[in-house]
Design a protein around this ligand. Sequence first.
Ligand code: HMG
Ligand code: MG
Length: 313
Amino acid sequence: MSTGLPQREANPELPERVTIYEVGPRDGLQNEKTVVPAMVKVEFIRRLAAAGLETIETTSFVPPAWVPQLADATEVLSALGEEGLGLRRPVLVPNQRGLDNALAAGVGAIAIFGSATETFARKNLNRSVAESIEMFAPVVQRARESGLWVRAYVSMCFGDPWEGPVPIDQVVDVSVRLMDLGADQLSLGDTIGVGTTGHVSRLLDALDTRGVGADRIGVHFHDTYGQALANTMTALRHGVTVVDASTGGLGGCPYAKSATGNLATEDLVWALDGAGVRTGVDLAALVETSTWMAGHLGRPSPSRVVKALAGGG
Ligand code: HMG
Ligand code: MG
């Protein structure tokens, strides 16, 4: 008989507490074929917060022509009011225009998003890696002057669908350049979910050697090849304590077709709860939220934990 929770046996190799950086409303919904109505997004974010998720990336301030699914960013934040703002409610911002709109909406945190590879930089940002870093520089500077918290994503850290393997040094170089702009946190994106555990260890070690320690790193694994949880556990053993995940395992990138859903927040919470790692998240409330969202999207969640628990255990 399932109690809906794993049996708890502490794992001393893992940190005592992990911050889950929930990306469902942004990474999850940016990739849906149908545009989810703004008020459903608002309720999704409210339910996630009520389930105990403290950090939630709410939306993106990018041109509607690039990501029509999130064209309602201002409307969503205005409907959420204070609940959608502050240091724990980041939004994606690529350029000065995006920052203007984000500041007008009253945000307290932003995330810029660079690429480790030239091909994805062109496809996702319409410019080279160097030009995209030039685009981000004044954004980070102005964001910091305005008192915002800043995260820097790096995509294609573990492989690129057009270029194949991505040298670790190349990932580290782009990461260091983005952090040198003045970002508070780096998020390592396995955009197409191809990474494996040894690769995660080597990249974290290489970043540490170049001065970006695990205390400033979050990990962002898409689960295309079923490696996201194993990779996350490896990162936690290296001292990382911030993990990106998406409730229900939604997610993907419209500019990299081979990207599928992120690590499901429920799968992560099950693993951490069992190992005695605190997250503050109520698993049952999260599963209920995924089931509710799956109803709106018209298809079941790919998360194994959601399947097991929503099915009645
Ligand atoms: P561009 O077309 O080169 O931009 O796109 P532009 O500066 O030439 O502007 C074109 C038009 O858009 C202009 O309007 C601008 O005013 C307007 P027009 O003069 O033609 O009427 N514009 C804007 N409007 C609203 N908001 C803005 C904005 N900027 C310009 N912010 C750009 C360059 C960077 C804007 C574009 O390439 C872009 O937005 N790309 C983002 C694509 C995206 O959102 N991808 C998904 C997120 S990344 C991801 O999912 C990966 C991640 O999860 C980590 C991982 O998994 O690896 C984070
Ligand atoms: Mg992503």
